[in-house]
Structure formats: structure tokens, C-alpha cells
Design a binder for this molecule. Structure first.
Ligand code: ATP
Ligand code: MG
Ligand code: MG
Ligand code: MG
Length: 391
């Protein structure tokens, strides 16, 4: 499906694991970003942006892109921002307990010199991540926050309409106390997930091996490949302690903040969603991410249909463009040099959810338009009112 995204000009490879995001690709990404912003607003998370360049002292990880400035100071291109955000909090510490809970997130490029960058947007060396960091005054509040954020991530993924699994995960490099991952199950997934049909345990095999359920020891298990689309960690004071991110408690005493971090792979979700939904020759998008929802295919220039339906294409466009949820989400494909058939096939390959064709039936006294619903594979012939009703 990565191939289709490249062939259809959604993205273009710039160098290994690094992509140009072309106009349609950006539209889909922006939709995902704005859906996430809305969900973050609901849980009182505020957006900020931390720099991509970070002094190298904070870092001891692999997969780093490093660079040196003219004064011979070593920098890295940030692969994630736990250290940077904790450092930011430490630089304004100690805040009062009254300032918490605090939830800060960003949607920025991350850089990792991946050993194997492959599957297009799913494993890039520069990729877009939404990373949220939470700060609470004690573990009880931090745990409460953790479950609230997990719910919010479930809401985001549910809106995309692709089934996902939330599994127990290893804390790995980032560390912390509890960790979960969200996965799309798919053959190309590079993680292995264990599902126990005896006790319903779900976990990444990184913590569990693949032979039996680590919770109930049953061998009634299924192991499937997963694409990790999000990863959450209850960190506790792992970072706040070493970097001095503190606050003043009710008694005026200095205490460490309790943190959580929550990464959502924005560009990976786009690549993975298309991977899971698409057909061999045709892209498919989650309805909420399709670069445009509707495309109108106008008659070919100079054809009998064009002469007889003159102006109808624009009128239809204007009418649909006024409808709630469709404004700015509709395309008029009036490329004169291409036949209707060619443009229709192209629109199908692009996976626009609704394709309206102004064909021969539109020349009749009571003009009928052809509406193709791509996601359900249905075709209707409707007059203008019926068509508008449909949206
Ligand atoms: P993976 O196991 O696939 O290498 P990760 O565990 O290293 O991912 P995290 O550090 O947990 O990734 O980052 C948070 C999220 O960022 C991941 O859940 C994933 O959605 C996304 N992500 C990580 N690496 C990449 C990448 N190379 N390209 C695109 N998205 C990525
Ligand atoms: Mg990784
Ligand atoms: Mg992982
Ligand atoms: Mg991870």
C-alpha cells in the first residue's frame, strides 16, 4: 500500500525513510491532527512545541541523529522529548501543587536513525508523532490521569473506524511502571501480540514470550502481528527525580512530580490505516481522513453532455460545499482532456469516499446524477435534491 501511496502521489520518497508529504497526504495528516487537537481539548491538554534540536548531554540512546554546531557543540535531532519536557518543567520549578495536573502535548517531527526504515510512513527516519506528557502531584493522581488518557486515545482510534487492540507492553528504554500499546493487527506488523482465550490477557510478546499466557499460564493463546500505533507509559518520578522537576506541596515542601508519557504515531497511523483498509489497486482511507470526501466528475469538454448540462457541475459543487462537514472537502474534477471513465477510475484508486458522475442521465429533462459510494460499493442515480439529501 506504500506503493500505492507513492504511485498516486500522496507521498514521495526523499531519501531512505524520509518523505515529501504531497498535497493529498498533507490534507489527510492535517485532518488527523485536528481530530487529535479536539480530543486533547476535551481532557484539558495544552499544545506546545519543543525544539527538534536538543543539546546532546541529555541523551544516551541509540538511533540518534547527531550533529555539531560551528562552536563544536554536539546536538541531536530529538527522537522523543521526555528529557526535554522534564527539563523545561525543572527550569520553572518549583511550581505550586495548585498548578497541577498539567497536560502538555505537541505534534512535531521526530528523528530516529532506524536500522530498517521500511513500509513507507509506517517506519520513517523522520516522522510525525503526537506526544503528550502529564504531570501530577502524587501517584494516585498520576494513575487517574493515566486511565483518563488511555480512554482518550481509545476515543481517537475509535473515530478512525479501524479495529485496534490495547495490549500490555514492556517499559523498555523509556522506563516507568506500567505501559500499554495500541496496535492494528496486520500481517506487515513488526510486533507480535499474544492473546489468551482463557483469561483474556493481551500483551506484547516482548514481556511474555510466545508459548503460554504470562498471566494464567494457559497455552490457549493466539499470536498475531501488530502495528504499534500508540504507546503509553506511567513513568512515576523516573525523569522528574533525575532532572529535578519538582513542586511545592501543601506543606511548602519540595517534592518530585509524577509523570506519564503518551506517544501517538501520526504519520504511522496514516500509513497503517491505508495499509489495513486498501485494496490491491485502490487506496482506502478512514472516512474522517480521506483527503477529500466527495469528487464530482464533470462531462468532458466539448461533449454533448457538457453542452447540455452547462453550469450544473459548479451548481452541484456549490450546493454540496455548503453542507455541514463537506465545506472545503469536495473536488470538482473538470480536467477536460480526460474521459469521464479515466477520471472515474482515478478517483476510485484515490479512494475518495463519494464519487459523483455527471453522465448521460444528467442531460435528461429531469437530470439524474450517478453517486458511487466507494466504502459500501453502492451506486445510485439521484436527482439534485435526493443527492443533497444523501449528504
Ligand atoms: P517501534 O517498536 O515500531 O520501533 P517504538 O516502540 O520505538 O516503535 P515509541 O518510542 O513507543 O516507538 O514511539 C511512540 C509512537 O511513535 C509509536 O507507538 C509509533 O506509533 C510511532 N513511531 C515510532 N517509531 C516510528 C517510526 N520510525 N516511524 C513512524 N512512527 C514511529
Ligand atoms: Mg523503535
Ligand atoms: Mg515498540
Ligand atoms: Mg513503543
Amino acid at each position: 500500500m506504500n506503493r500505492l501511496m507513492l504511485d498516486l502521489g500522496i507521498i514521495k520518497l526523499a531519501s531512505p525513510g524520509i518523505f515529501h508529504l504531497l498535497p493529498l497526504g498533507i490534507r489527510a495528516l492535517e485532518k488527523l491532527k485536528s481530530l487529535i487537537d479536539k480530543e486533547m481539548h476535551k481532557i484539558n491538554a495544552q499544545r506546545l512545541a519543543l525544539p527538534a534540536l536538543t543539546p546532546a548531554e541529555l541523551w544516551e540512546k541509540t538511533e540518534l541523529f547527531t550533529l555539531t554546531d560551528r562552536h563544536k557543540n554536539l546536538y541531536i535531532l530529538s527522537p522523543t522529548h521526555e528529557e526535554a519536557i522534564t527539563d523545561l518543567l525543572a527550569s520553572i520549578a518549583p511550581l505550586s501543587y495548585k498548578n497541577f495536573p498539567l497536560r502538555l502535548y505537541q505534534i512535531t517531527s521526530k528523528y530516529r536513525d532506524e536500522m530498517k526504515s521500511r513500509f513507507g510512513l509506517m517506519r520513517g527516519r523522520q516522522f510525525l508523532m503526537k506526544d503528550l506528557y502529564t504531570f501530577d502531584i502524587d501517584m494516585e493522581n498520576a494513575e487517574q490521569t493515566y486511565s483518563e488518557i488511555i480512554k482518550s486515545y481509545e476515543n481517537i482510534l475509535t473515530k478512525l473506524g479501524i479495529g485496534f487492540s490495547q495490549v500490555l507492553a514492556a517499559t523498555g528504554n523509556i522506563g516507568g511502571l506500567i505501559s500499554h500499546e495500541f496496535h492494528y493487527t496486520a500481517d506487515v506488523g513488526e510486533d507480535k501480540l499474544l492473546f489468551c482465550s482463557n483469561c483474556n490477557y493481551k500483551g506484547n510478546v516482548e514481556i511474555s514470550g510466545q508459548d503460554y499466557c504470562p498471566q494464567c499460564k494457559s497455552t490457549k493463546i493466539i499470536v498475531r502481528n501488530g502495528i504499534e500505533v500508540a504507546h503509553t507509559f506511567l513513568l512515576g518520578d523516573k525523569y522528574s527525580k533525575s532532572l529535578n522537576a519538582t513542586y511545592l506541596d501543601r506543606n511548602g515542601l519540595i517534592a518530585n512530580l509524577q509523570m506519564g508519557c503518551y506517544g501517538l504515531g501520526i504519520s504511522r497511523i496514516l500509513g497503517a490505516a491505508v495499509e489495513v483498509l486498501s485494496l490491491e489497486q485502490e487506496l482506502r482511507w478512514p472516512l474522517v481522513l480521506a483527503p477529500y470526501k466527495v469528487v464530482i466528475i464533470a462531462p468532458k469538454g466539448g461533449s454533448k453532455e457538457e453542452v447540455l448540462t452547462s453550469g450544473l457541475d459548479q451548481e452541484l459543487y456549490d450546493n454540496i460545499d455548503k453542507l455541514d462537514g463537506y465545506t472545503g472537502n469536495i473536488l470538482l474534477d473538470d480536467r477536460n482532456h480526460l474521459t469521464i471513465g479515466k477520471r472515474y477510475l482515478e478517483a476510485r484508486r484515490m479512494g475518495y469516499p463519494y464519487i459523483i458522475v455527471i453522465g448521460s442521465k444528467a442531460t435528461e429533462t429531469n437530470p439524474l446524477y450517478e453517486l458511487n459510494e466507494i466504502l459500501t460499493n453502492k451506486q445510485h442515480f439521484l436527482d439534485k435534491n435526493e443527492l443533497l439529501q444523501h449528504f
